[in-house]
Design a binder for this molecule. Structure first.
Ligand SMILES: [Cu+2]
Length: 164
């Protein structure tokens, strides 16, 4: 009972927080966290744009299995890697989030791709993105449109991201 109340309360709290200030971090009931979501601005006529964020795994392993956003016809999960001198993007079905581990979706690596954009992404604006996790369920975050990663140019770049 106590657990249920706490859960309900935290849900209300996060809903309130969402209503008052755009929330750029969300914690799911499972303990999984999504932080610092941002997307690159796009120009008129550009059909797709990339989105980046950080997922902090909860006590149990989870998996990002999909995403959706009102501003896009569909949202895909992508990976990017060097193939000789060419950067290649490839759609993937899911992104593993090991227990207690941080998974970075960052330029040059894993990212979400907003396909069939209904409107250009303007710097300074933000929009809701719903991430679907196997265990944590739906987690909604507010994606900030900005030219670079939050907190300056020190984007954490996973060193192990080159060959998969
Ligand atoms: Cu992509």
């Amino acid at each position: 009972m106590k657990l249920k109340h706490t859960l309900a309360l935290s849900l209300i709290t996060s809903t309130l927080a969402l209503a008052i200030t755009p929330s750029h971090a969300q914690t799911a009931a499972s303990g999984l966290k999504v932080e610092a979501p941002w997307a690159r601005p796009t120009v008129q006529g550009q059909a797709a744009g990339g989105g980046f964020l950080r997922i902090v795994g909860g006590p149990a392993a989870d998996k990002l299995v999909g995403a959706s956003a009102g501003i896009a016809g569909r949202v895909e999960l992508h990976t990017m890697s060097m193939d000789g001198n060419v950067m290649r993007m490839r759609q993937i079905d899911s992104i593993d989030v090991p227990a207690g581990k941080t998974v970075e979706l960052a330029p040059g690596g894993l990212h979400v791709m907003f396909m069939d954009l209904k409107t250009p992404l303007k710097t300074g604006s933000s929009f809701p993105l719903t991430l679907k996790f196997e265990r944590a369920g739906a987690v909604q975050v507010d994606v900030k449109v900005q030219p670079g990663p939050p907190g300056g140019a020190t984007a954490a770049k996973p060193a192990h991201d080159h060959k998969h």
